[in-house]
Design a protein around this ligand. Structure first.
Ligand code: R2B
Ligand code: URA
Length: 311
């Protein structure tokens, strides 16, 4: 009962950008097009193929996104993917900065590491989907992270993102002023993902901290520079844990804030590769890490199957 209601779409709503100067881009560009520079696409291309996008999945590594695209192609039914039997997805646009794939209603691209590269992708994919007239697509980040007091291999489905100051805010200097944006994620989408998982992948709910540095920003003692000690590191990690943070990565704040500002439903699902309360380096075997790496994608495949079955 709850399942069919939560997976149904109540209203159609085109994704939209929020920029009163949109026409300026075309008038300034050499050819009168709005160029999505880092995707290698433009408003002059036939973007109608993106109109049916219902899900945008992103994660850091291009290899992980490529393998996810193949899994989506082989797991979703052919009436959803529209792919002939045995066909593999091929990248769309330029592959210099990002690798982007589309399988039926699922668009996928890697965002690389950190907030700036993720922000560029979010701007351009959102413009792309808006130009194409896509209807209310959900944005989901699938990634890896360091857990805090969480069993390694657990996927944290984020309630909210916090920055490296443990504040629920994405802070971006704009025109020389610090602009702070809300980082709350969409409750309903997270609930649908968790329900579709049905206990198959171990998961926890919790806040996710996004930092600007893998080493010092995450309180590691093993970087090339470190001006604090073990006690300082543990005080920081314990304080984050007490505030409700269950994992640390490098993109959740911009992902949450960007989507929240444009009214896009979004979720962040990151597997924890180690418990930072126990150390800084990955103590687990390569095979374990490879298996855990697949978990967020496998969870989302279950969500896609269920969501499409209810469509
Ligand atoms: C998780 O893993 C990467 C750093 O190793 C970074 O992109 C992140 O958020
Ligand atoms: N990604 C991070 O940002 N931190 C970790 O500890 C592991 C993966």
């Amino acid at each position: 009962m709850l399942a069919s209601r939560s997976f149904s779409r109540l209203a159609t709503r085109s994704i939209s950008t929020r920029n009163p100067h949109a026409a300026l881009a075309r008038s300034e560009s050499h050819s009168g097009e709005d160029v999505l520079f880092h995707l290698g696409l433009s408003s002059a291309d036939d973007l109608s193929q993106f109109r049916d996008v219902k899900y945008f999945l992103t994660g850091g590594s291009r290899g992980r996104i490529r393998s996810l695209a193949n899994k989506v192609a082989t797991t979703l039914p052919s009436h959803v993917t529209g792919l002939p039997f045995g066909a593999s997805p091929t990248p769309i646009g330029s592959t210099d900065r990002y690798e982007m794939y589309k399988v039926g209603p699922v668009l996928m691209a890697n965002h690389n590491m950190g907030i700036p590269t993720t922000a560029i992708l979010l701007h351009e994919v959102t413009k792309l989907l808006s130009l194409a007239g896509a209807d209310d697509p959900a944005f989901i980040r699938l990634g890896t992270s360091g857990g805090i007091g969480v069993t390694p291999g657990t996927v944290v489905v984020s309630t909210q993102a916090v920055n490296g100051m443990i504040e629920p805010s994405y802070d971006l200097p704009i025109l020389g002023k610090m602009v702070k944006r809300d980082t709350t994620l969409h409750e309903g989408l997270a609930a649908e993902i968790i329900e579709a998982n049905g206990g198959a992948v171990p998961l926890e709910r919790g806040m996710t901290m996004a930092t600007d540095c893998f080493y010092e920003g995450q309180g590691r003692l093993d970087g090339a520079i470190c001006d604090y000690d073990e006690a300082g590191k543990m005080e920081f990690l314990n304080r984050a844990h007490a505030a409700g943070v269950r994992n640390i990565e490098m993109e959740a704040t911009v992902f949450a804030a960007f989507t929240k500002q444009l009214g896009i439903r979004s979720a962040v699902c990151c597997v924890t590769l180690l418990d930072r309360l126990k150390g800084d380096q990955h103590p687990h075997s390569h095979e374990e890490i490879v298996e855990w790496d697949e978990r967020p994608g496998d969870m989302i495949l279950q969500y896609l199957l269920k969501s499409e079955a209810a469509a």
